[in-house]
Ligand binder design. Sequence first.
Ligand code: BGC
Length: 263
Amino acid sequence: MSDTSTTTSIGTTTGTAIGIDIGGTGIKGAIVDLETGSLLSDRVKLPTPEGGKPDDIVMTVEEIINRLPDAPAEAPLGVCFPAVILGGKTMSAANVSKKWIGLAAEDLFESGLGRPITFVNDADAAGFAEVRYGAAKGQKGLVIMTTLGTGIGTALIYNGVLIPNAELGHIEVDGGDYEKKASYSAKERDDLDWKDWGKRLTKYYGQLEALLWPDLFIVGGGVSKSYEDFLPLIDIRTPLVPATLRNNAGIMGAAGFAAEANR
Ligand code: BGC
């Protein structure tokens, strides 16, 4: 319904919207108060169906919406997903089923759910939420949101305007896609302690810093709750702050996007 492949200005909106965050292992959703970003319902979370196939995911999203108590049928609905999204199509699939590549995913959700949605990249949603409600509220200049999880998600926000689909998790460092070396799943896979992961993160953020000269990095993803263990080990010039919205940033941002699109 709405094309999020153009820039979005992160203003203020009031009312409520539903946000759904689709991830590789879980799908979660809640009703969001757009003024404060707080959740007005319990968060409903279901496992991502085995194989992550499109029709199965649509069914799980439907189930989550049905389980949200008192979800207003007319509330804007935002869905975020871990892929590049252009004109409502999913254009990549780094950590999800390859069946998503080139799929008219927004149309698929809209026909499956029987209502319009706003469809957006997961890191863009998280960045939007951190700028509107969290760690980068009021921050001027270039903010780069990063999410360290199965992959590395990134969002570029300049003076409150989001430039969508930045895929800076995949920059090449040491001759390879560095998401595979510096993501949280790489830390787990290679059994790295904080210090060794910190070295990889210094390389990663140092490269981004050299290319883009941001004013601030935000470090999100589930592991950001342990930020005291690894943020001080990232040795770069640019300030780095932990995300404050943690695992709800995607839900809040997806809801916020939907509300912007419906204005
Ligand atoms: C994907 C991004 C996504 C990120 C976090 C990356 O592998 O390419 O689109 O935002 O993972 O989920």
